[in-house]
Design a protein around this ligand. Structure first.
Ligand code: GDP
Length: 139
């Protein structure tokens, strides 16, 4: 059964473009509640660890460089069927293919610099949330 939590990041491109506010608005207007949130900056090691599942993919180096290029907002969000519902809200990985009304359609500039992360499974949502947040940081 699907759980009601997912994990997200507002990526360095969207933070640089000063889009934290409008992106959080889209999340909360879509019915997501913030369970945990922090503003932080990954370095090459921590970004590499987070994306270790993509290690063999040709874009891994670019992805790690980009994700450590500036601060990010990390958050755990809650809503029924959170993972699938949030993937619908963020849209396709490539903004050229993202549907109207999605966060990536509105704010992503390329397949790499695509404004937001959203977990792709309940299992990864739990792993990714644990990467950033202790039990004492969830409300
Ligand atoms: P997601 O689940 O929609 O985020 O997509 P993936 O799991 O396939 O890829 C993870 C992240 O890697 C994406 O969100 C992009 O930031 C980045 N990425 C994916 N494909 C490419 C690519 O072809 N080039 C580059 N530079 N980055 C990519």
């Amino acid at each position: 059964m699907a759980t009601n939590r997912t994990f997200t990041m507002i990526k360095p491109d969207a933070v640089r473009a000063n889009n934290i506010g409008p992106i959080l608005s889209m999340m909360t207007e879509a019915g997501f509640r913030v369970v945990a949130m922090k503003y932080t900056h990954l370095n090459a090691d921590t970004a590499g660890d987070f994306y270790a599942v993509h290690k063999e993919r040709p874009f891994y180096g670019e992805l790690v460089e980009f994700m450590s290029s500036g601060p990010i907002v990390a958050a755990i969000l809650e809503k029924d069927n959170a993972v699938e519902s949030f993937r619908t809200l963020i849209g396709a990985t490539n903004p050229a293919e993202a549907a109207e009304g999605t966060i990536r359609k509105a704010f992503a500039t390329s397949i790499g610099e695509n404004a937001v992360h959203g977990s792709d499974s309940d299992e990864n949502a739990a792993i990714e949330g644990d990467f950033f947040f202790s039990r004492l940081e969830r409300f």
